[in-house]
Design a binder for this molecule. Structure first.
Ligand SMILES: Cc1cc2nc3c(=O)[nH]c(=O)nc-3n(C[C@H](O)[C@H](O)[C@H](O)COP(=O)(O)OP(=O)(O)OC[C@H]3O[C@@H](n4cnc5c(N)ncnc54)[C@H](O)[C@@H]3O)c2cc1C
Length: 514
């Protein structure tokens, strides 16, 4: 859910001095001392691919039996599905070029359609004026207008929370109807626990009239918005991109080791001297790590300093699970996905993978539907047995009127750890503490999404890996931490401002660091 920004050029500072020191850049990379990329998601694979392409010995270490990380495509009984639909869209030309280089004609251009389910109706998204009027009808339109006028005449004095901020600008009725339910599902707390500053940043420039204008006149002149009416998508889902990268790395002489969880990063002073994964020990020249910051700190030996470990322990994540339902019905709905703004069901978003690409299903008589639930690892939803989750998703899809329960042929559950790095009041301070420690280790470079604790989409996760490789091979000093998100073109983007007034303690925080 993110972004793009101009990429930093050489000399932007920030890369650890000596990250690629010496006259013959990369000469210290040998088969005995390869570069080791930790994690086989988009970031780790990009590092592996670029290094292997240049003939550099490289080993990618992935803990699971599959590449792609959060952006992978799972397959059950021939039905392919993403963990959250993954659009390929970027303003970074070099990433776009790489995607095309990897997949060529398999990289399809797909139309985008999405709607909001609200009050038993489907509203076009982005909102369309006539559609809103038609769907709301005269009674609800009058309620919205009266509530808006009341808020305009008698606004709440203090705007401490998301709830206050939105109600003052849109009226209480619209707040309750449109903003409350989905926001609470995504963030896992009441909107009265979400800060007004976050609302101001996230809903920047939006008011009742701006929204109405947008709904009636569209988003004229905004090329970015019109661009996301279509997006690239691999014929067989994003996994195809990462699987092809894995194959290319191997074809070029690099290694991708699966089922190889990194359990130790050993240091001699300020240098990494060994990485232990899957029971084997490797002596790397450089390490490019896309492991969550928490994990990198946790596997350090000797232990990272106390303040760094405390900072890592405090990093929080929002998790996510998807229930795949195979439904005997070729036309459940035409959208790629639907947002569920309805408090009577727990599902937050529903994907229709056949709309993403017809090749995602083994036959054209069944639909493959991803029912997405936002949760915290260890909470009631996360811990619910799979069969109960499938039953709940089946019940909910019928309740929403999208499919009959008796048409559901089978269901599968996939839980996604650390789907969203959480921005709470202390996260940037914690990340800075960990970064201070990392900056003293010249041959260890963190990249990616959880690797930097940022809402990086796959394009920026890949870009950070590209910059890391460049730093190693050319001696550039790109600041990896500055390759980040500008919350412009993905309407779901999450701004850097943290949402929580008081972030909940998550059960996963109690677990050991690694
Ligand atoms: C719901 C959702 C929707 C999204 N939609 C989009 C979208 O539409 N478009 C888009 O571009 N991006 C999207 N993203 C973001 C995208 O998924 C990430 O940017 C991308 O996957 C990050 O890549 P990464 O390599 O940094 O991390 P990851 O994908 O998290 O990969 C890290 C890898 O490291 C492995 N690992 C972890 N610990 C260890 C260990 N100890 N040893 C070895 N390996 C380990 C993991 O198994 C994983 O394979 C979405 C994300 C979510 C959660």
């Amino acid at each position: 859910m993110t972004e793009s920004t101009p990429t930093p050029g050489p000399g932007d500072g920030g890369a650890p001095d000596g990250a690629a020191g010496g006259a013959a850049r990369g000469a210290d990379i040998t088969p005995e001392r390869p570069v080791v990329a930790l994690g086989g998601g988009p970031a780790g694979l990009t590092a592996g691919y670029l290094l292997a392409k240049q003939g550099k010995p490289v080993i990618v270490l992935e803990s699971t039996d599959q590449v792609g990380g959060i952006a992978r495509t799972d397959v059950r009984e021939g039905y392919r599905f993403d963990l959250g639909g993954h659009r390929f869209f970027t303003k970074a030309k070099e990433v776009d070029d790489l995607w095309h280089e990897i997949l060529a004609d398999e990289f399809l251009k797909r139309p985008r359609q999405s709607r909001i389910y609200w009050n038993h109706k489907f509203l076009e998204y982005p909102l369309q004026g006539m559609d809103v009027i038609k769907k709301l009808g005269p009674v609800d339109l009058t309620k919205a207008l009266l509530s808006y006028l009341w808020a305009a005449v008698k606004p709440k004095g203090r705007e401490d929370t998301f709830e206050d901020w939105v109600s003052n600008r849109f009226g209480r009725w619209l707040f309750n109807q449109f903003f409350k339910s989905y926001t609470e599902k995504v963030w896992g707390v009441s909107t009265s626990e979400i800060r007004s500053e976050w609302a101001a940043q996230r809903i920047k420039g939006l008011s009742f009239f701006a929204a109405a204008k947008h709904a009636f006149l569209g988003n004229r002149g905004n090329q970015i918005k019109s661009l996301i009416s279509e997006f690239n998508y691999p014929r067989y889902g994003p996994g195809q991109m990462w699987e092809k990268m894995r194959d290319e790395i191997r074809a070029q002489g690099g290694e991708v080791r699966l089922n190889a969880p990194v359990t130790r990063i050993r240091f001699d002073g300020n240098r990494v001297i060994e990485v232990v994964a899957g029971g084997e020990t490797i002596s790397p020249s450089y390490v490019i790590s896309s492991l969550p910051l928490r994990t990198t700190v946790g596997v350090a030996e000797p232990e990272a300093p106390g303040d760094v470990r405390d900072a890592a322990r405090g990093l929080r994540y929002r998790d996510f699970l998807t229930v795949l339902l195979v439904i005997q019905d070729e036309d459940v709905f035409p959208d790629n996905w639907i947002y569920i703004h309805d408090p009577s069901v727990k599902v937050g978003r529903i994907q229709n993978f056949r709309s993403w690409s017809p090749w995602m299903v083994p036959n054209q008589t069944d639909a493959s539907i991803g029912m997405e639930y936002f949760c915290f690892e260890g909470d009631a939803l996360w811990s619910m047995p799979d069969d109960q989750l499938v039953s709940m998703a089946t019940r909910e899809i019928q309740q929403l009127g999208l499919a009959r329960a008796d048409k559901v042929k089978m269901g599968f559950v996939v839980r996604v750890h650390k789907a969203y790095p959480m921005y709470d009041a202390e996260y940037s301070e914690r990340v800075a503490t960990i970064r201070g420690w990392l900056d003293r280790i010249p041959n260890l470079i963190q990249v990616g999404r959880n690797g930097l604790h940022r809402y990086n989409n796959s394009d920026h996760s890949m870009l950070t890996a590209m910059r890391a490789v460049d730093n190693i091979l050319t001696g550039s000093k790109h600041d990896i931490w500055a390759v980040n998100a500008e919350s412009v073109y993905h309407e779901e983007d999450v701004a850097d401002e943290h949402p929580y007034a008081d972030a909940p303690k998550t059960p996963a925080m109690e677990q050991p660091l690694a």
